[in-house]
Structures are given as C-alpha cells and as structure tokens.
Design a protein around this ligand. Structure first.
Ligand code: ATP
Ligand code: MG
Ligand code: MG
Ligand code: MG
Length: 493
C-alpha cells in the first residue's frame, strides 16, 4: 500500500503538531511581504525571518512562537535559489513546490531536531534506516567556521552507521535564504533508491538514485551586506522537507512526477494534446522532448496558479514579469505536444483539485486564475507571429559572428524592427531561436535607461517596413507552431 500525498502532508503535520507540541502556522503567500525577501518565497523560514533576527514586536503573535510547523508554498524562480533551468530536465526540481517545515525558535536545538526527523521518517513513514544518508557541515577555514562534529556525534548516537554520516562544505551544508540574512550550518537527510547497497558517492552528486529530502538548518548567524557573519541573539532550528520528493519516495518512484501530485495533471494535458500520454522518459530517450514538455507544462501551471491565487498578476513588476515569462514558457512547451491553443486555463481544474484542500485560496480564486491565464495567452498569440518576424529581421541585420550583448536588444523593445516587443515576448522569441538573453540584465538596463532624464535617442535601425512588405513576409516567413517546434527545439538536449 502506498501513501497519498494528502496523507504524507498530514502525517508530517500531525507528528509535529500533535505529538511534538508544535503550533500550526499557515503557509505565507508566495509573494513576500516587506522584510521577507525580494524574490518569491523560497523556503518555509521566510515568513519567520524577523524572529531569527530578533526584531519581532512584543505585540506581534510571532513573539510567542516557540515550536512551529507547516507546509509552505515555495517558488524558486529568480534570486539566490533559482531552479528554473532544471525544471523538466530532472525529476526533482520544480518552480513551485511545497516545503514541509518545522521550527524551534530558541527552544530545542540540534539533538531534538535530529531525533524528531529520524523518528518521523523511520517510525511514521516507516522508511528503512538502511536507505538514509546524512550530511553535516565540514567547516570552512576561509570563513572561520569549524566542522559541526556535534551534529555528527548526534547522528551516530541515534544509530546511523558512521559510513553514512558524511561531511560537506559551504555549498551543500551551510544554508542561507539570500546573499544576506539569517543563515547557519545544516545537516541533511538523503534517501537512496538502491536499497541498502553503498551509495555514499552519489550523495549531493545530482544522481536520481540518491535524493536530498530534508534539510535541518541550525540558524546561528546573520550575514550582513559586507558578508560578515554576526551571531544571532539566540539559536534556532529551521527544517524543510520537499513534499513532492518525500511523496515520490513513499510512492516508490524516483520521479516526483509519477505521483498523485502530477498524474491527474498529465491526463488533462494529454486530453488537449495530439501526442501520446506521459511516459516519464528523460534525456535522449525522450526523443522529441515530449515528456520533458509534459513536466514543464505541469510544473509551470502549478506555479502560475499558485501565484495568481496569491494575488500576483502577469505585469511589468519584478515578480509579475517572472510570472508572465513562466506562462509564456508554458505556451512554448505546448507547441511540442501540439496542444490545442488557448487551453491552458483548463489545467487549473486539476491543480485546484490536487492542491485545493491544503490551499483553499486556489479553489476560491479559480475563475480569476482562469481569466488571467486566458488573457495572458491571448496576449501571447496576438504578438507572437509578428515578434518572430521582427526578431528574424534583427538577426539578419547583425553580425552573426559576434556574441550577443544585452543592449543590442533594446531597439527591439523600442519598435525598431516593427511593433514594440515586450520583454517577456522578446525572451520567448529569443528562446525559440536559441539566442541567449539574460532577462534580469535586460530589466536592469531598461530600468536604468528609464531613470535617466534624457529621452533615449531614436533607434538607428530602420523603423519603417511597409505594411505590404510586412504582410508578405508574415505570410511567408512566420513559422506556424509546427515550424517553430521544428527549428527551435530539435537541436537542444
Ligand atoms: P537541491 O540540492 O536538490 O537543489 P537544495 O539544497 O537547494 O536542494 P534546500 O534549500 O535545502 O534545497 O531546501 C530544503 C528541501 O526542499 C530540499 O531538501 C528538497 O527536499 C526541497 N527542494 C528544494 N528545492 C526544490 C525544488 N526546486 N523543487 C522541489 N523540492 C525542492
Ligand atoms: Mg537547490
Ligand atoms: Mg542541496
Ligand atoms: Mg539542501
């Protein structure tokens, strides 16, 4: 018998809230409030940042938090933890995922935290100890940080064999939410899919056979702008386990996608597609990248749904732009599956069914979410063809041996090659031509230019294609979705 994702989530919360005296605090929005960070909420600890920093007002209910648990909606697009490029290529990284979290704010520390995590995994989820690998902080001389041998000893005392307790450096075992802010050494639990044979060499090696599931951070420092580590007023525990990953483990699959969190969504995508159903292939075996497209669409639609439910709109703001760009990526992938146009909103129903009980704001906002997706899709189709055309013209005009520089793209935004193109559309078109474009850099450049008092010079390139020429070129050259698919996606992995 396997676990449903709902049972996995509730077992975690019941364990901490009913058996270990933690208080349930609902997930915060994926759109951070002031002081919670500048990109999307990327971990469960974001909403508790003021507690770590010791800056909570006495009258704030947070001031009384000692032991807390929840499942937090997280998005890792942009900022320090940005997993966008991995999504679809592997089976364990999503743009949106749920983090099952537990905290001790100045209450228990390392020993209790490790004991609880091990008990939940082996006694409640009934995973065999033989499948677990533990990592702990190896120290870092240049940062003046000692190895966390205390944690190593704790795991040994808890019965984990020495050969499965492994030291790693800053990159894997020192956690921070961003370039500044609360941080500290961590200890992590990884799970092997290879039974009890020795897999220690596969830990933190991007292997699908050993997956990182749970991170236990011991918050002890605040990193300031000069990168100095200042001790926090007290010591805290901050843990986070990826729901999709532990569900995969408990549903006996190496893939987060072959679970009840994604399968119903694949079925709905399939209904709108001219391709066969999802088959879980990866890399070269996934010849036309159709399974990857399934994964990306399913992933991105979850992200978009959750963001819109939390009040974000696809607009020019920093996060609104990210949202629109995710929706556009989703549409691009729908070419690969030859999906019916303008049907993304039909995918909201399964997302809402899957996540609605845990996050009621999704079903509550269902019709709004669909409307926003529809209008975004309409906007895409309205401009897609002519933007492709303009981009070709831009490519033709430039020296193809030169590397692309961000400033080169400005005339496209200004309308030097036809109608003005929005950044999101430009990104999308550049992707289909496999042209590298760093949208964050372009954003910054544009912001800088807009801040300048001087009006920008009229772009040099010719702005005047006759309507007739445009028409003729459009009819000959603008790739229909089929062609777009052919020339833009075949060469890539
Ligand atoms: P990885 O090394 O796999 O990228 P991480 O070390 O960046 O993960 P943490 O910041 O430690 O992840 O987050 C805690 C937990 O959240 C991870 O152990 C994992 O289970 C889960 N997690 C992190 N990133 C993702 C993601 N993009 N999609 C799904 N789950 C994730
Ligand atoms: Mg990561
Ligand atoms: Mg990691
Ligand atoms: Mg980690």
């Amino acid at each position: 018998s396997t676990w449903s994702s709902a049972e996995v989530r509730s077992t975690f919360l019941d364990y901490f809230c009913q058996k270990q005296d933690h208080l349930f605090v609902p997930s915060s929005s994926v759109i951070p409030k002031k002081g919670e960070g500048t990109y999307f909420t990327n971990a469960g600890m974001n909403q508790f940042k003021p507690i770590f920093l010791g800056s909570v007002d006495k009258n704030n209910p947070m001031a009384s938090y000692r032991r807390v648990a929840n499942s937090q909606k997280c998005v890792r697009v942009g900022g320090k933890h940005n997993d966008l490029e991995d999504v679809g290529k592997d089976l364990t990284h999503h743009t949106f995922f749920e983090m099952l979290g537990s905290w001790s704010f100045g209450d228990y520390f390392k020993k209790e935290a490790c004991r609880m995590a091990l008990e939940l995994l082996t006694k409640e989820y009934k995973l065999s100890l033989d499948r677990l690998y533990i990592t702990y902080f190896a120290g870092c001389e240049s940062a003046g940080l000692l190895p966390d041998n205390e944690t190593r000893e704790i795991w040994l005392e808890l019965g984990v064999p020495e050969s499965r307790v492994l030291p790693f450096g800053m990159k894997d075992n020192f956690w921070d939410m961003g370039d500044t802010g609360p941080c500290g050494p961590c200890t992590e639990i990884h799970l092997s899919h290879r039974g009890n044979s020795d897999c220690s060499h596969l830990v933190n090696a991007d292997s699908p056979e050993v997956v990182e599931i749970w991170n236990l951070v011991f918050m002890q420092y605040n990193r300031d702008i000069s990168q100095k580590l200042l001790p926090l007023p007290s010591q805290h525990v901050d843990t986070g386990m990826g729901l999709e990953r532990i569900v995969g483990v408990l549903q006996n699959t190496m893939s987060n996608y072959d679970t009840d969190l994604f399968m119903p969504l694949f079925n709905e995508i399939h209904k709108n597609s001219k391709y066969g159903p999802y088959r879980g292939r990866m890399g070269k075996a996934d010849k036309n990248n159709t399974d990857k497209a399934y994964r990306i669409i399913a992933d991105h639609i979850r992200m978009a749904t959750v963001c819109i439910a939390d009040g974000l709109l696809p607009d020019k703001s920093k996060l609104g732009h990210k949202l629109r760009s995710i929706i556009y990526r989703c549409i691009e992938q729908s070419f690969i599956l030859k999906m019916d146009k303008k049907r993304l909103s039909s995918l909201v129903d399964p997302v809402s069914d899957i996540l609605g009980d845990a996050y009621p704001e999704i079903p509550e906002n269902e019709s709004k979410i669909k409307q926003v997706l529809e209008s975004c899709e309409n906007g895409f189709w309205k401009r897609w063809g002519e933007s492709q055309f303009s981009f070709r013209k831009f490519l033709r005009d430039r020296d193809s041996n030169k590397e692309f520089q961000v400033h080169e793209f400005l005339p496209l935004l200004d309308g030097a090659y036809g109608r003005k193109i929005s950044i999101d559309m430009l990104e999308s078109v550049a992707r289909t031509f496999n042209v590298p474009l760093d949208s964050d850099q372009l954003h910054d450049l544009l912001a800088k230019r807009n801040a300048e008092v001087q009006p920008s010079p009229v772009p040099q390139s010719s702005n005047t294609i006759s309507a007739a020429l445009l028409q003729s070129l459009l009819s000959q050259n603008v790739p229909e979705t089929e062609d777009v698919y052919k020339y833009s996606y075949t060469s890539k992995d």
